[in-house]
Ligand binder design. Structure first.
Ligand code: SIN
Length: 486
């Protein structure tokens, strides 16, 4: 049961062409609360026909939306931002109910997501072109930046609101229309955004939402010739599939995929700062973010001191339902996520690691897992190479800076990395040596709407947020005008 001040934010239909609809399939699917396993809503289950209808609505709306002056689009996005902020408490309730994260974290996500609309409302007005000095008399050379056109977004369950905002805000600001397929485990936050988009005056068809299976809704969006761009956040495996399917009609792609974030704690680090940073990075959303610390490398000289302080802090963390005051770690999203965590922990122990805290399912039952610290981790363990996506922190050792960089880069992924050191020269050296798109120095929290977010290597292509994020939704056109006189 979700208690809302504004009950109309709890929508369960498809949002298409500016209106709420039933699914053409006539079917629904259940959305459950991971804290209790209870069904909290039955949502319309979109199918291929619905995805096609949403794309058609987007195509119909595209030219008018692109032609509107940037200031007009900015005004609508600004209104959208204010509506999200005004409804943050209700949106956080919906988010916690379907995803499980603590209410304070859910509210934080809503405001983080809202900030993308605020930021890109401004940025819409700064999509500048260029002039190029002409090589020939009587010619003028210009560069225009124009919206790509109809875009499709496929978004994950771990940030049911912010990952949508990070895609929709720059797309709409650039003058693109968008059809969204949210994760089927967390569609309610997306649908609430649809309701606020409608109230903000986003024109019909500019932003549509079709919850439904990847095999019908997702595939239809990817195969559609009318969709010019796919923007996706999720696993590297799905990213690979999308990339190969998008090759069919040479669709543009932005992919924000898996990570395997290293944390390097050097011998000169402030241990309190490093413990706080590593905890913030590791246990945000119960370890279920792509930028969560996955491997913590600690210099030999401070390994024992760091490990003691870190383990003490982890043992003090409160596990519970997201809506309960004081909860720091909620349930995991589902049984499969829990099983992966168990596999990593037992592999670590089998290969000689020691459980310093946690190490098992939580007494609360369901999908709760104890916040866990593993010491004596080594590179041959699964946890060194695969993303755990859960509340498990393995501590590895290193003995010099070169080794630390080499170990950190020993992964196919390249999304986020963190380092803790007070040495400014080392901050530069290591910061430059890490093959990751986002690097935190003496901090475990790096996300900000005004900064570029995205990965290298198997962590994806493209950037979200900042002035770079809008480029992903723009085409660059060169205009050469001849015969215009001297
Ligand atoms: C993610 O897990 O992909 C998003 C994390 C963030 O934006 O901080």
């Amino acid at each position: 049961m979700i208690e809302l001040q504004d009950k109309s934010l709890l929508q369960t239909g498809l949002f298409m062409g500016g209106a709420w609809r039933e699914a053409s399939t006539g079917e629904t699917f259940a959305v459950t609360d991971p804290a209790t396993g209870e069904i909290i809503a039955e949502c319309a289950k979109g199918g291929a026909e619905d995805a096609e209808a949403a794309v058609a609505a987007a195509e119909a709306a595209q030219d008018d939306w692109a032609a509107r002056p940037a200031k007009e689009r900015a005004g609508i996005l600004g209104k959208f931002y204010h509506l999200i902020v005004e409804n943050a408490d209700d949106l956080a309730q919906i988010l916690t109910a379907e995803q499980g994260k603590p209410l304070a974290e859910a509210r934080g996500e809503i405001l983080y997501g809202a900030a993308f609309f605020e930021w890109y409302a401004e940025e819409a007005k700064r999509v500048y072109g260029e002039t190029i000095p002409t090589p020939n008399r009587g010619q003028r050379l210009l560069v225009l930046r124009q919206p790509i056109g109809v875009c499709a977004a496929i978004t994950p369950w771990n940030f049911p609101m912010a990952m949508i905002a990070r895609k929709a805000a720059p797309a709409l600001a650039a003058g693109c229309t968008m059809v969204l397929k949210p994760a089927t485990s967390t569609p309610l936050s997306a649908l609430a955004l649809g309701e606020l988009a409608r109230r903000a005056g986003v024109p019909d068809g500019v932003f549509s939402i079709v919850p439904g299976p990847a095999s019908t809704v997702g595939d239809t969006l990817v195969a559609s010739d009318a969709v010019r761009k796919i923007t996706f956040t999720g696993s590297t495996d799905v990213g690979r599939t999308l990339m190969s399917r998008a090759a069919g009609n040479i669709k543009k792609l932005s992919l924000e995929l898996g990570g395997n974030a290293p944390v390097l704690v050097f011998e000169d680090a402030d241990i309190d700062v490093a413990v706080r940073g590593a905890i913030a990075s590791k246990f945000r959303n119960a370890g279920q973010t792509c930028v969560c610390a996955n491997r913590i490398y600690v210099h030999d000289a401070i390994y024992d001191r760091f490990s003691e302080a870190f383990t003490r802090a982890v043992k003090a963390m409160k596990v519970g339902p997201g809506r309960e005051a004081g909860t720091e770690i909620g349930p995991m999203i589902d049984e499969a996520a829990l099983e992966k965590v168990e596999e990593h922990v037992s592999d670590c122990v089998d290969k000689g690691g020691t459980v310093a805290a946690g190490g098992q399912r939580h007494a609360l039952g369901g999908t709760y897992y104890e916040p866990t610290v593993l010491t004596g981790a080594i590179q041959s363990m699964l946890i060194a190479h695969e993303e755990t996506f859960g509340p498990v922190a393995p501590l590895f050792r290193f003995s010099c800076e070169t080794e630390a960089i080499q170990l950190a880069n020993d992964t196919e992924y390249g999304l986020a990395a963190y380092l803790f050191t007070r040495d400014a020269a080392r901050q530069w050296r290591v910061g430059e040596g890490l093959e990751f798109g986002v690097v935190g120095v003496n901090t475990g929290i790096v996300s900000y709407e005004g900064a570029p977010f995205g990965g290298m290597k198997a962590s994806g292509v493209g950037r979200e947020g900042s002035r770079h994020g809008i480029d992903e939704f723009l085409e660059t056109k060169y205009l050469c005008i001849g015969e215009i006189g001297s």
